[in-house]
Design a protein around this ligand. Structure first.
Ligand SMILES: [Zn+2]
Ligand SMILES: [Zn+2]
Length: 370
């Protein structure tokens, strides 16, 4: 059976999205249809709409933080059944390539291929517009929809009692942010940390650093409202980069710099700032997504003499299936905040408004309830 869905569609990069009635084709073996009941809007959905990934084909349905109910299953599906509550993850790790076999599921080369092609893992496109033309699936999930068809590898069954609105943001913001601190950078107890950019990912880096037992956590942003909010997640020092020189301010708090600096804005200036505020021997983790073709400038002699480490961070170096359920248990134990991450709910028709609120720093995470 095919399903009718309302979906946000990017038809042209740099232009407002449309919300369209589309058809979701029936699942092949291994695939499921999910009725999406909540879908977080991530900065990379916004970056996609702005045209930051010009090689990703359009038209495309964005969205990768979906949560909802499985309404149909294809043959050979084993991990979920009809009626299960699930949330999406945006790597359909194959469990078979050299990366998966070495436990680095977030680097799976086969999942990456479907992300680049903006298709399902099978390579197929299963969304049709009214004229019958195919539409692409962002990160194989296309979750900014009322229904979506995904491979079962792209969903995790919700085994903990939590609302779908909260579960939705596990799939990217929490996995990426908490993972950046705990797994990519491996923040040590008693260390100093600075986080630049306090969106959904940045706030989770702050709370990841808190979970790791960092002694000082410096939050840096240009909005006072977000800075204040960061104290809930564990920030111990706040710097408004418009009001004071962040390099000097961090040096003062961190005694010359921090052990771990993180960039979570997707802006190259912030990435270079992250390098500057790390102390000698420090670890610089670049989490944000810049436009294709932009380069970070690092002073070569300084890099030699300070022995800093610069790390890229993809999906928080997570094992998405395992780590997301671990973070849910931490939430249930009162150790990880989820409720405080969702600032506002929107209807799908308001998708362009969510993007505007993100750009103007009004929300941490907006969740669309289709
Ligand atoms: Zn995301
Ligand atoms: Zn793989």
């Amino acid at each position: 059976m095919t399903a009718q869905s309302y979906s946000a569609v990017i038809r042209r990069y740099g232009e407002p999205l449309s919300v369209e009635e589309v058809e979701i084709l029936e699942p092949d073996p291994g695939e499921v249809v999910v009725r999406i009941e909540a879908s977080g809007v991530c900065h990379s959905d916004l970056s996609l709409a702005r045209g930051y990934y010009p090689d990703i084909p359009i038209p495309i349905v964005p969205g990768h933080e979906g949560a909802g109910t499985v309404v149909e299953v294809g043959d050979d599906v084993t991990s979920v059944k009809k009626g299960d509550k699930v949330f999406t993850i945006w790597m359909a790790s194959c469990y078979n390539c050299e990366y998966c076999l070495s436990g680095r599921f977030h680097l799976c080369e086969n999942a990456l291929e479907s992300i680049v092609n903006a298709s399902l893992p099978s390579g197929k496109l299963k969304i049709r517009d009214k004229a019958g033309n195919s539409i692409h699936h962002f990160t194989s999930t296309a979750a900014l929809s009322s229904y979506t068809v995904v491979h079962e590898k792209n969903v995790v069954k919700l085994t903990v009692d939590v609302s779908l609105e909260k579960a939705a943001i596990l799939g990217c913001a929490v996995l990426t942010g908490v993972g950046a601190a705990l797994k990519t950078a491996n923040v040590k107890e008693g260390s100093t940390v600075a986080v630049i950019g306090l969106g959904g990912v940045g706030m989770n880096i702050v709370q990841g650093a808190r979970l790791a037992g960092a002694e000082k956590i410096i939050a840096i942003d240009i909005y006072d409202s977000k800075l204040e909010w960061a104290t809930k997640f564990g920030a111990t020092h706040l710097i408004n980069a418009l009001k004071e020189d962040p390099v000097e301010a961090v040096k003062k708090v961190g005694g010359g710099g921090v052990d771990y600096s993180f960039e979570a804005t997707g802006n190259v200036v912030a990435m270079e700032l992250a390098y500057k505020i790390a102390k000698r021997g420090g670890v610089v983790t670049i989490v944000g997504v810049e436009k294709g073709g932009v380069n970070i400038r690092i002073p070569a002699l300084d890099l030699h003499m300070t022995e800093k480490t610069i790390k890229g961070c993809y999906y928080g170096s997570s094992s998405p299936r395992l780590d997301s359920l671990k973070y849910l248990r931490l939430y249930k134990a009162g150790k990880l905040l989820l409720d405080e991450l969702v600032t506002r709910s929107y209807r799908l028709e308001e998708i362009n408004e969510v993007f505007k609120d993100m750009e103007e720093g009004r929300i941490i995470r907006g969740v669309v309830v289709p």
